[in-house]
Design a protein around this ligand. Sequence first.
Ligand SMILES: Nc1ncnc2c1ncn2[C@@H]1O[C@H](COP(=O)(O)OP(=O)(O)OP(=O)(O)O)[C@@H](O)[C@H]1O
Ligand code: SF4
Ligand SMILES: [Mg+2]
Length: 441
Amino acid sequence: MTDQTPATDQVPVLECRNLSISYFTRSGEIPAVVDFNLKLMPGEAHGIVGESGCGKSTVALAIMQYLGQNGRIVGGELLFDGRDMRTMSGEELRNLRGSKIAMVYQEPMASLNPAMKIGEQLAEVPIYHDGISKADAHARAAEMLSNVNLPDPRRIMDAYPHQISGGQQQRVVIAMALLSNPRLLLLDEPTTALDVTVEAGIVELIKEISAKFGTSMIYISHNLGLILETCHRITVMYSGEAVEVGDIETVFNNMRHPYTRGLFASIPLPGADKNARPLVAIPGNFPLPHERPPGCNFGPRCDYFEEGRCNQDIAIPMEQIAGDDRHFTRCLRYKEIDWHAPIKAAVYPLVNKDGMPEAAEALHETLLKRFGRSGMIEYDPKQSIGKRYPRMDEAGCPFCFTIDGDTLSDQTVTVRHRDTQEQERISIDSVPNWLGERLGE
Ligand SMILES: Nc1ncnc2c1ncn2[C@@H]1O[C@H](COP(=O)(O)OP(=O)(O)OP(=O)(O)O)[C@@H](O)[C@H]1O
Ligand code: SF4
Ligand SMILES: [Mg+2]
């Protein structure tokens, strides 16, 4: 998004200061979000992006104060219009939620009453909020439906939710949220349940809303492309923490966290030709809250990990990037990393697993298990055209595996030693034992 970021000399609509949020379960406390900071100015759209389970929804639910039975804010402050929400009474919070803060969820039917006509549901909002007559409320609801680009609002008003499409339902939900004229709109993966073309329309709508109504927005997604298109600022989250925060263009062009870099490389950007710009998978898996390593959470997956420094058992603080008071990173080594160097060869392009034969998937799994963070596949789409099988490669492994044969039933692999270039052919099922022997286990 290229618009100027709104002025910053006003009171933020929302501010999270060192916010920590936990869930309490039978097996103990789950620190889902730790030391989270966010400042949202009037009219600003702020994207939160990160892999599944990193805590995005938890942040949104904490803002709504909807953490459920077992969720609680355990530290920090949450300010709405300068006032700490944690000191507000239940009634104040209910009023705030109804009129100042609205949330749109991934699944539109979660917010719609299946047994009630859409017009009735929408009209309830202004009747309740503004105490206007039923007829006026219906007129306002119909107007809002055209604002969210729904054709034939009268017909939609008269329909039940199941009589319209998923994309239309989501527009109705957004219209419902806007009818209360909120200062803050939280969108938690609002397009995930929709197909790609419908998604594009909703994204356009989100951009329009921000321009037309000046609503401040927090837009949660694991689709980085959508965030880039719609937001002024971005927070990248990893395993419960914000790891990089900044203006969209700064983070996009001058990212200063290795995870952001990996994420940008692994997600298709809008309009990108996936063959011209292969996806790069970040090696390894994301740690669950109770499995976080000492020091940097991203350490076990980071190409720039430094023993004794990145895994010191201390919390790594968010640091401001020199010369830019709007850009922060949670990386100890950001000044030492050559951000212009090509992504390390250890990270191979992983285009997709679709169409990959079962044997290849099994080999991938074996390597992943055996080599953990570096269990990677190389799948070169150009090479595999007409060949049916992807070439496979393993980064942290001294051997390179290539799946042989032209038919799915041929399940042998050629193993080549990376240094000596010696080759041998083995059955795919014997790979784990074969590797064990070679590696002296
Ligand atoms: N009610 C709950 N009780 C216990 N743990 C929970 C609860 N809700 C979420 N968690 C845990 O908190 C962490 C953060 O979850 P959250 O739903 O915020 O992630 P997310 O980034 O929104 O993921 P997704 O992209 O899949 O929606 C996860 O480890 C999750 O398992
Ligand atoms: S602190 Fe160390 S491990 Fe963490 S992201 Fe920076 S370089 Fe990588
Ligand atoms: Mg979520």
